[in-house]
Design a protein around this ligand. Sequence first.
Ligand code: ADP
Ligand code: ZN
Length: 529
Amino acid sequence: TDLAPAADVDEALEALRRVWGYDEFRPGQREVVEHLVGGGDALVLMPTGGGKSLCYQVPALVREGTAVVVSPLIALMQDQVDALRTAGVRAGFLNSTLLPHERQEVEDAFVSGDLDLLYLAPEALRGQGAQRLLDRGRVSLFAIDEAHCVAQWGHDFRPDYLALSVLHERWPDVPRIALTATATTQTREEIVRRLDLGSARQFVASFDRPNIRYRVVPKAEPKTQLLELLRTEHPGDAGIVYCLSRASVEKVADQLVAAGITALPYHAGLDASVRLRNQQRFLREEGVVMVATIAFGMGIDKPDVRFVAHLDLPKSVEGYYQETGRAGRDGLPATAWLAYGLNDVVQQRRMIDTSDGDLARRRALGAHLDAMLALCETATCRRVQLLAYFDEESAPCGNCDTCLEPPETWDGTVAAQKLLSTVLRLQRERGQAFGAGQSVDILLGKTTPKVTQQGHDGLSTFGIGTELTDAGWRGVVRQLLAQGLLAVQGEYGVLALTEGSGQVLRGERQVLLRREQPRPASRSRRSAS
Ligand code: ADP
Ligand code: ZN
């Protein structure tokens, strides 16, 4: 077992108090620290702001040698290392921003054992050079931060992360800790597989961020709606406004400035120096609104971000969770606000359908989008849905729009049964699995070539669903996916039954669906509370 000696556990707590000035570990941190100090491998899933850094920084001080931290956040390495040095920790970093003599200094310090922590960009480990360097010093542990970057279909994939499997092959005795705030089962499995962490202990913290109030509004006049949000609920507050394109970032930032709000743009098309300056202002000044693409935010530790607004639909629930998670890290009330319209869906579908990726990848992207849509359209608590996406059960939260203002619903039990039994019949009677389109065509009694060739017009559910339109059925599919009563799986995005499907089919469970109607152009807003 990987039990740490009691003296090391004491030393860890002592380091926490001396270096960071904190009295106690947070729930979750202590177990990880003890496991790592004892030499075990760990996979840590903790929400943004949960306190992941200390999980490897404290062991770095307790274990002999240098902890090597792999992080994609090159722009933040300097800040992270400076902060550690200020606290008296011997830290350094190696990345492409260093001059040759600076690099030499850091390498020398590492080799002579004068570093507690060494931060590395993932691309640095690609070459033999860095690997030989690591052999010349003593590595106490490897920490792989933002480990979800290894997931090829995730929202932050970095090809260089794939090469990190070399760590275990080359230094099998050095304990490894992989950390991420992205926690779908799929991503978790991919991290374990690609980083060879099969025998690592998994530490999964709750992903709930109870102080964030989630709200999704129909997009009518986004600029006006955003301004109203900022003026009535968040005057003078720091926040982030996410847009999909660089052009809309520029436009929205200009509009906010024209309205007298301190707003700055951030996207990958801006000069590195401008990006850095805007980021620093956002971090250091009060009440700055950052208008940004998703290029902004990873690793940003600003506790008092009071709102995150999305003017475009995020591409996945994971992305949405990451982005909204940047609000309210201080635990005080914060708003996650999303304006979404049909155009978003059409646009993103098109982007997916015309993207270069192969069919499997496009299907995966489509499935991500569907889940995001379902979250937007849910009739039940958004937090319950969001956490269910991360396999976490919870009760209605009372702090989201659907809890505060329950939407109109209809009893969709029979519709759900029709759909689910189509999926069931394909599976039981034919040993087949198809995407949503085929089941919908069967329900509608459409004799498409794919239906007739497969003989699906012979299924007993053929043509029994004409009370809904094609779009109506797709809405049912999306909502069932969102409620976990149906699953979409594999590279082909085929429908599959879940445990919950069985309950619906057996009539043990009622299915409430949100009434889908043309969205009103504007709706009277609840007064800010
Ligand atoms: P993450 O990387 O998970 O997003 P951080 O490691 O940046 O989170 O920690 C978030 C904040 O919580 C930081 O300001 C950190 O100093 C603080 N923090 C972490 N652990 C503790 C603790 N045990 N006690 C008090 N504050 C903590
Ligand atoms: Zn709720």
